[in-house]
Design a protein around this ligand. Sequence first.
Ligand code: ADP
Length: 217
Amino acid sequence: MKQRIVLLGPPASGKGTQADRLAAKFGIPHVSTGVLLRSECARGTILGQAADSWTRQGLLVPDELAIRIITTWMSEHGTRFIFDGFPRSVAQAEHLDLALSGLAAPLDLLIVLDLTDEEIRRRTSSRLSCLNCGATFSAPLDTLAEGWNCPRCGAALIRRDDDRPEAVEKRLEVYRELTAPVIGYYEQTSPHLLHRVNAGEGSDAVFTAISTLVFLK
Ligand code: ADP
């Protein structure tokens, strides 16, 4: 079974949802840099205040900040993980490879969740997120509204600032410019680990495809 997994893909491709389900099924810790950053912002920490101006506009936080969050997490929790939202630039990917080779714990699975821009816009325009546990819900489908309690942990549900249409367009642009090249980087360095999954399928179908990769490949 795979132990060090990276989920790559554009905004709203389901990285968080799938990582949560994998974590529950296989007992591998799920780490989302986006959730960690939003929780720092909500608590008003210095790191959160620094991150807020970037995340709110749909821009990436500086590499060193994202790298610091991840290396701190690994020093506290070890080297079994499902990363969602990291690495998000080639510099972050290079840094991660270096850190993991120093720990003799290389990545063993890279999954790209592919989704069309049209579907990304549709999903972000209707989703609600929990600031505490990071769960996301589709507002009309799940019959939930902003301010209601998260069905999973009870904290308030919000519409993320960066799910506003202007910020979504910016995130798509940033994804194409900075994050899509990470896929190219892994195609060069670790093509045998890289698998693409159509994230436009239903959540269950995507989960079945990914679980097979985690368990068998
Ligand atoms: P999504 O995958 O839906 O775009 P995330 O919750 O993963 O959202 O990330 C939200 C925001 O947090 C990003 O738009 C960015 O500002 C910031 N962020 C998250 N991870 C990173 C990272 N690895 N490097 C830089 N910024 C990050």
